[in-house]
Design a protein around this ligand. Structure first.
Ligand SMILES: [Zn+2]
Length: 303
């Protein structure tokens, strides 16, 4: 179903260090880009990994702990210096709007573009285009926090089977007609029914759960998503600290992934104490095999 991928700009918890940046991700669906969280240093990470802001008009902020949003005002300011024209939509807890307004006021900054703020107050559909839906849902953390679910819409159009395309090499116009449901007649005059040469593409989905305690109430929300990014701030021996601080361990993230039957689990929001993160991976994998450690600068295909 086209391009659907997520790039990790930062996956560190709490404080920036020389080797890890606070939370931020760039999700790309077809031509559009969406930013999830914007920790300090996100602009530098965008440059370092050579991402552009082209077609990025939506930023989703999970909560107002500094490691998830302190890069936002800097980015808004840079956009102004670069004379951005396109609207920028920011989604976050209501207090974020006060924070942004105060910054704009004290620096007497008059934005050359429209900054449109969307308050997150309840689980809801918050964005929709013809191909994608984005909804928010509450997480359990020390302050109000939102998870985000990116879900492709079901298309009526069918996809061509690879073997068919390789064997018969249909032209563009013919491919378009087959996608709409047309049958195909081979050069030898044999009729191939549409169902034999196409399949119905499965809509793909991605969920972002950061920061949160281990919370089984999330299972119905993230059930069967193709990829889950879940925080894994601590290892098992720090399970008590994780619970006290409303964070989760890698094994807990894996347990949730398993119970929700997700396709792949991407771990992140690592405490700076783990110089070797394999300890987290080694605790998660026995619980949910299809687990990987997210890495800053890496891009993961969804589905
Ligand atoms: Zn937090």
């Amino acid at each position: 179903m086209g391009l659907f991928k997520v790039s990790i700009l930062g996956n560190g918890a709490a404080v920036p260090t020389a080797r890890q940046h606070p939370s931020s991700q760039l999700l790309q669906h077809n031509r559009k880009k969406f930013m999830i969280d914007c920790g300090e240093g996100t602009q530098m990470q965008m440059q370092r990994f050579k991402f552009s802001y082209k077609n990025m008009a939506h930023v989703f902020i999970s909560h107002l702990h500094g490691d998830h949003y302190l890069g936002l005002m800097g980015m808004i300011s840079t956009f102004n210096l670069f004379s951005r024209q396109e609207d920028l939509h920011v989604y976050g807890p209501p207090e974020l709007q006060d924070v942004l307004n105060l910054h704009l006021k004290v620096s007497d900054m008059h934005l050359k573009y429209e900054l449109i703020f969307h308050e997150l107050k309840e689980a809801d559909l918050i964005y929709e285009d013809d191909r994608l839906e984005i909804s928010c849902f509450p997480l359990k953390h020390r302050i109000p926090t939102w998870g985000f679910l990116f879900r492709e819409k079901d298309k009526s159009e069918r996809n061509l089977l690879k073997e068919f395309v390789e064997e018969f090499k249909p032209g563009l116009e013919q491919m378009y007609k087959i996608k709409q449901g047309a049958d195909f007649i081979t050069p030898a005059g044999v009729l191939m029914k549409n169902k034999e040469i196409t399949y119905h593409p499965k809509p793909l989905s991605y969920a972002y759960c950061c920061d949160t305690v281990y919370d089984e109430e999330l299972i119905p929300v993230i059930q069967d998503v193709d990829m889950l990014y879940h925080e894994s701030t601590f290892d098992q021996k720090n399970e008590g600290i994780a619970a006290d601080k409303f964070h989760a361990t890698a094994a807990q993230a894996a347990a949730l992934a398993s119970k929700a039957n997700v396709g792949k689990l991407l771990l992140g929001h690592f405490s700076a104490r783990y110089k070797d993160r394999d300890v987290l991976l080694n605790e998660a994998r026995p619980v949910f095999e299809n687990t990987i450690l997210s890495r800053e600068g890496d891009t993961y295909q969804i589905g």
